[in-house]
Design a protein around this ligand. Structure first.
Ligand SMILES: C[S@@+](CC[C@H](N)C(=O)[O-])C[C@H]1O[C@@H](n2cnc3c(N)ncnc32)[C@H](O)[C@@H]1O
Length: 388
């Protein structure tokens, strides 16, 4: 299904919190959708078209027995659909946990609302869940440029109403089961004039890595995914999980970035955790979150500095390590690496790629020093972190 509404490159900064601007008058009603039907396998679209499509392509009489990995309802620019369909191996099966065992469950969280909890111990690097999104839609909202006579706030509202209509088309196309799960998700955007579906997308969306229109890194042309289990995971600035997206299976994988005890709540970070507490608070405000995670409650100048300077400190250790590898009469980086590893673990930042580098360097120093027991211990940790 195709909508000929042009994609414009101007992204709107969406309002959040309580919006008092009056609704625009009827004279500026949202533009009606102009839609054309195409067969599901069509890929020959022009760049300025938005495609409503179900992926993997679905037969009209299909049931979950035909596609146990479920379907994703998508709103995509034409060339993006082509890119997904031509990914080698698409549609690959979604990854399973070891032995197909379920290791998590959704239940009430002390943070309010629901959260996801480990139902058995989970080791660093282990898969927790892999799932296809219920919905993938553009992350940016493109401003209606032709709405003359409106204030900026009114133009934003008209554009938001138009987006709600487009999202509604996608939600109506979902299977009954998926629609029920989707509409039951949390919505923290009930007072900012987001429509009910847009509110769910804004509350629960994960940015889809590697999926974008045009150039990579162009934020206005990225996509967001809403999921069943993963959209129930709460935020922490010291997360215990990380995720990645695999285009060939059109799925997200969630893995542990440290050992997780049975009963522990699972968290990922909605913001850049390598920023100061104040900067993180600014990033989290649109989600309606005043973060009360231990890292925010216990934040100090030192923890802010650890986070913002971590990459630089690891780079320095890496440079020293290279020098030592060439000339082992010089001091090695063991003490500096172990000290930083301890600081990172205490602050709950062990998902940082630089943490994995430190583990590798420590293992390396032990190997060169013929201390194989210690080397194996750090190599083991290094490998688990690489899996994550
Ligand atoms: C993706 S949902 C997470 C699941 C949600 N708790 C639920 O009940 O379905 C995001 C919303 O959960 C709440 N939330 C997530 N992490 C939080 C935290 N650390 N502190 C307070 N609220 C949080 C906020 O309302 C946020 O908008």
């Amino acid at each position: 299904m195709l909508n000929t509404w042009n994609l414009a490159p101007r992204q709107i900064k969406l309002p959040y919190g309580k919006v008092e601007t009056p609704q625009p008058t009827g004279a500026f009603a949202p533009k009606k959708l102009s839609v054309r039907e195409f067969s599901g396998g069509t890929v020959d679209y022009s760049e300025n078209m938005i495609v409503f499509t179900t992926l993997p392509p679905m037969n009209l009489d299909a049931t979950l027995d035909d596609e146990p990995n479920n379907w994703t309802e998508c709103i995509l620019a034409g060339p993006v659909k082509r890119r997904i369909l031509s990914t080698p191996g698409f549609p690959r099966s979604v990854e399973k946990t070891a032995g197909g065992k379920v290791n998590h469950r959704v239940r009430a969280s002390p943070f309010g609302g629901l959260g996801v909890f480990a139902t058995r111990p989970i080791r660093t690097g282990d898969l927790i869940v892999a799932e296809r999104p219920l919905l993938i839609s553009p992350r940016g909202f493109e401003m209606r440029v032709e709405s003359k006579g409106l204030t900026q706030a009114e133009r934003i509202q008209v554009t938001m109403q138009e987006w709600e209509e487009r999202l509604d088309v996608a939600v109506k196309r979902m299977t009954d089961e998926n629609r029920k799960v989707f509409m039951a998700l949390a919505n923290s955007h009930t007072e900012d004039r987001s429509g009910p579906i847009q509110g769910i997308v804004r509350t629960n969306g994960y940015r889809v890595p590697g999926l974008y229109d045009g150039h990579e890194g162009d934020n206005t042309r990225a996509y967001t995914a809403v999921m069943n289990v993963m959209s129930r995971i709460n935020h922490s600035c010291s997360p215990n999980t990380c995720h990645r997206f695999e285009m060939a299976s059109l799925s997200f994988e969630l893995r542990a970035i440290r050992d997780i005890r049975q009963g522990e709540e699972l968290f990922y970070s909605y913001c850049d955790i390598f920023r100061t507490k104040i900067e993180r608070a600014e990033e989290l405000a649109p989600y309606g979150i005043v973060c009360a995670c231990p890292a925010c409650v216990g934040a100090t100048k030192e923890t802010d500095l650890l986070r913002s300077e971590l990459a630089k400190r690891v780079e320095k250790i890496q440079a020293d390590h290279h020098v030592w590898m060439k000339d082992q009469s010089r001091p090695n980086v063991l003490a500096a690496s172990l000290k930083l590893i301890a600081e990172i673990e205490k602050e709950g930042l062990s998902g940082a790629p630089s943490f994995t580098s430190l583990l590798g360097m420590v293992a390396n120093v032990y190997v060169e020093s013929d201390n194989m027991n210690s080397a194996m211990k750090y190599l083991d940790q290094f490998n688990n972190h690489c899996r994550a």
